[in-house]
Design a protein around this ligand. Structure first.
Ligand SMILES: N[C@@H](CCC(=O)N[C@@H](CS)C(=O)NCC(=O)O)C(=O)O
Length: 220
């Protein structure tokens, strides 16, 4: 019997889309991936989610999930072989939510200004970087206690956050490599060198050009 797969609209370099692909991959969920470009969003994606951001996941029953964290949580609720979800009964749940919330609502806006400092001439690039460093320093102090953000094993928080720290590191790699955050450097490097990350960063032709979707996911 042919199974209808969920459809994922994705953009390879978007940290939110990376987060969603990581969630789906680690949950061993298979999806039909449509790679897009942000300047030319496909109509079926905009019909499903008029706000026009990636990632967008459309389930076979028509349900649309258009927030990256919600996609991760949906995927891991289907299957969570590495126990990555932080459950409501886990005393670390509050810390987990707070970190992701800070990442998305405070760190990310500073990261965008740091990355595109020329578009924000009110302050210097260094100023924007320093605002971002508040979060990096917080991660460094957590990683001084354990090798991952909340424990010695990774959880949803690590996967939800590292694509954004990667983007921060890539703005000025030479600066990041000599910055006073050795634990963050090691944590990030290990994730970026992992098989998971390599798998979710595979390149696909865009769906608009090829009208071709690709099966994305790992075998159960
Ligand atoms: N809160 C959303 C944010 C997603 C988001 O902002 N994605 C960016 C790409 S990294 C986007 O699609 N921007 C729309 C655009 O640039 O046109 C989520 O978590 O999924």
């Amino acid at each position: 019997m042919m199974m209808t797969l969920p459809t994922l609209y994705s953009f390879r370099r978007c940290p939110y889309a990376m987060r969603a692909r990581l969630g789906l991959y680690l949950a061993k969920q298979t999806v039909s991936l449509r790679e897009i470009i942000l300047k030319h969003k496909p109509d079926p994606m905009l019909q499903a989610s008029p706000k026009g951001t990636v990632p967008v996941l459309i389930l076979p029953n028509g349900e649309v999930i258009d927030e990256s964290l919600a996609i991760m949580k949906w995927a891991l609720a289907q299957h969570d072989p590495q126990n990555l979800l932080v459950s409501a009964t886990n005393p670390k749940q509050e810390a987990a939510n707070a970190l992701i919330h800070y990442n998305d609502h405070s760190f990310k806006p500073w990261l965008d200004k740091y990355k595109y400092a020329d578009r924000h001439p009110q302050h210097s690039q260094q100023y924007y970087r320093q605002q971002g460093e508040v979060f990096i320093a917080q991660l460094e102090s957590l990683l001084n206690k354990h090798s991952q953000l909340l424990a010695n094993t990774a959880c949803i928080v690590d996967y939800a956050i590292y694509p954004f720290i990667r983007q921060f590191a890539h703005v000025d790699k030479a600066w990041f490599e000599q910055s006073p955050y050795p634990k963050v450097q090691t944590w990030l490097r290990n994730h970026l060198q992992s098989d998971d990350f390599i798998a979710i960063m595979q390149k696909y032709p865009t769906w608009l050009d090829s009208e071709q979707a690709f099966i994305f996911g790992q075998l159960k």
